[in-house]
Ligand binder design. Structure first.
Ligand code: CP
Length: 313
């Protein structure tokens, strides 16, 4: 395979259709190989070290990246809660921490509380840096696995209608996914959110520039029958500056089984997780629920990215 042109992954705009197709094809290979016992890729990253630097909590992203590295025969160095237990707690700059990790690791996976931090780290890092979520900025690897899940279900992404629901102001996953959806034709996006956490104007401006039609509103019921994908999100208490805004937003959108009945028969329900009450467990058995499969796909996408960035695919 030709050399992967990206050195780092810090934002979704870095991916064009060709790159998306490459990542998805390698992810397919990874999935198939794992099902066959890892004969082809099980030692692909033997001798390589991944630094897992998470300054914010994570279950899926951190564990799937770490599992991906281990499944590929590589090793991990990490710390619990880098904000508290790395020297960041003593005031070390991200610049210094990144330069130091370059001496210890071949690739750095970083979740940070400040938007733009992964790109800043990438600018001073010889080792590839992967953004595992930067504040309310972006979560590009989540968007890749989201799109991979959509593509896996529908085969064709073009012409899909996607509703993004919930915390669109602080939700980095919906921001990154919006960027990636512009790489397909005939896409329509419906933003459904409380008025206090609407999608930001930079994303709407990008969609306008790329010719992707979008609508914005607060009424979920009227959108549900119209879309192919309902992408629910959690209202993120930890990002709200005004507590009253959180109180106004929380609990507004709950995709109950009754609401799911309004959806098309072949539509899908997605969620980056973690969820609170926005999708009750009663919906999990509905064949349209795809959020656990979505989280599982994170493993294959992240295996693919590690191999591509380390030229081992
Ligand atoms: N989807 C996601 O980023 O989940 P975690 O916060 O658990 O990593």
């Amino acid at each position: 395979m030709a050399e992967f042109p990206l050195k780092h992954v810090y934002e979704a705009q870095q991916f064009d259709r060709n790159l998306l197709d490459t990542v998805f094809q390698v992810a397919d290979d990874m999935k198939r190989d794992m099902e066959e016992g890892g004969r082809r890729y099980g030692q692909a990253l033997a001798g390589r070290i991944m630094a897992s630097l998470f300054y914010e909590p994570s279950t899926r992203t951190r564990f799937s990246f770490e599992a991906a590295m281990l499944r590929l025969g590589g090793s991990i160095i990490t710390t619990e809660n880098a904000r508290e237990f790395s020297s960041a707690a003593k005031g070390e700059s991200l610049y210094d921490s990144t330069r130091i990790m370059n001496g210890y690791a071949d690739i750095i996976v970083m979740r940070h509380h400040e938007a733009g931090s992964a790109e800043k780290a990438a600018q001073v890092s010889a080792a590839p840096v992967i953004n595992a979520g930067d504040g309310a900025g972006q979560h590009p690897t989540q968007a890749l696995l989201d799109l991979y899940t959509i593509k896996d279900h529908f085969a064709e992404v073009n012409k899909l209608k996607v509703a993004m629901v919930g915390d669109l102001k602080y939700g980095r996953t919906v921001r990154s996914l919006s960027y990636l959806l512009t790489k397909y034709s005939g896409i329509q996006i419906f933003f459904v959110s409380p008025s206090v956490c609407r999608m930001e104007s930079d994303i709407k401006g990008y969609l306008d520039k790329e010719g992707v039609p979008w609508e914005e509103g607060t009424d979920l019921d009227s959108v549900l029958p119209r879309v192919d994908c309902v992408y629910m999100t959690r209202i993120q208490r930890e990002r709200f500056i005004v507590p009253e805004d959180y109180d106004q937003a929380v609990g507004k959108y709950i995709l109950t089984p009754e609401k799911v009945m309004k959806m098309k028969a072949d539509a899908i329900i997605m969620h980056p997780l973690p969820r609170l009450n926005e999708i009750p467990q009663a919906v999990d058995a509905d064949p349209r629920a795809h959020y656990f499969e979505q989280a599982q796909n994170g493993l294959y996408i992240r295996m693919a990215l590690l191999c591509l960035l380390l030229n081992a695919a």
